[in-house]
Design a protein around this ligand. Structure first.
Ligand code: AKB
Length: 317
């Protein structure tokens, strides 16, 4: 039986991935950790430790004590936060990955999951239907750390046979757990503000198209990649993963179908330059062909889900 360790379980992806893995593998077989006390949704449904991702000794201790066979390393500083503290973002994103890869080899772990991002791409990459293999020259420290990390994952796979798997997530849109420090986070804030105030000031301009995905799809895709037979995987860099692409103007129009008096205006800040360097849409045909990836949600079906779940969560009639 697999025993899974999640590092960064309190983050936007971590909370939902922990819940989904606990459902699939059993509560006791999924050990959640984060630098903060347990997220309310992770309280009392499985083992939990406070863990600083930079503390390799403490991580090793948990791996041995809990007889861990797989690690999902999710802790990271994202694009917007990373630009405010580049050295810190590099240290956290790289040290945690290298420590985990080393630990994977030493402790002979079965599998490691580490997320990459569309942030690996930069202004010199083709922006429409960005291919799996293309020019990759990221301009944010987050993107640089993700690209370097992909190369490290590939290196550990080729050199040591470590089974490490990765996805280039687009912007992820969730209602259960809060995002933190990303450029694509506007696409969550907009739903919350539409429900609370019927008004949102967007930090990106109206026609800034970015690739996006509903969290349910991202979680299912992650588990499907991790459970795919090893011979299906044709790359040990991260797979492109895609579901939909939209601009702030288009998500606002999707919300207006349900809240007709919702208004949006635009006040772009430093995140506009980050968004301008990223793809508008992604070609994920390799993931579809190799291990059967398929998204379920598009913009309008996601809007229906987001509004109804957030209405309930925020207690708004
Ligand atoms: C961010 O905006 O930094 C993240 C990402 C695309 O990886 N959501």
């Amino acid at each position: 039986m697999e025993k899974i360790l999640i590092i960064g379980a309190g983050g936007q992806i971590g909370v939902e991935l922990t819940l989904a893995l606990r459902k699939a593998y059993g509560n006791d077989n999924v050990v959640a950790t984060d630098i903060k006390p347990a997220h309310p949704l992770l309280k009392d449904n499985g083992p939990y430790y406070i863990l600083d991702v930079m503390d390799g000794d403490a991580t090793l201790e948990i791996v041995k004590k809990e007889k861990i066979t797989q690690i999902y390393l999710l802790a990271a500083l994202l694009s917007a936060t990373g630009e405010k503290a580049p050295k810190k973002a590099w240290d956290i994103n790289m040290t945690s990955l290298l420590q985990t890869l080393e630990l994977g080899v030493q402790e002979k772990l079965n599998k490691i999951y580490w997320p990459s991002s569309i942030a690996v791409f930069g202004p010199t990459t083709p922006h429409d239907l960005t291919p799996q293999k293309t020019v990759i020259e990221p301009r944010t420290v987050y993107g640089v750390s993700k690209y370097a990390g992909e190369l490290w994952c590939q290196y550990y796979n080729q050199r040591w046979g470590l089974d490490v798997r990765s996805l280039r997530y687009p912007g992820l849109i969730s209602w259960k757990s809060e995002p933190g420090g990303g450029t694509t986070d506007y696409a969550i804030d907009i739903y919350i503000e539409a429900l609370k105030n019927k008004h949102y000031t967007c930090f990106l301009s109206e026609n800034s198209y970015l690739p996006m995905m509903y969290m349910d799809d991202a979680i299912r895709g992650t588990i499907e990649l991790m459970e795919a037979p090893v011979d299906k995987l044709k790359t040990r860099m991260a797979y492109n993963l895609s579901a939909m692409s939209f601009s702030p103007k288009e998500i606002a129009a999707s919300i207006q179908k349900h809240i007709p008096d919702f208004k949006i205006d635009y006040n772009p800040d430093f995140r506009q330059a980050i968004a301008d360097g990223w793809p508008k849409s992604i070609d994920d045909s390799a993931a579809r062909a190799d291990w059967g990836w398929k998204n379920n949600f598009d913009l309008d079906s996601m809007t229906i889900e987001m509004l109804s779940h957030l209405r309930e969560k925020l207690g708004i009639k």
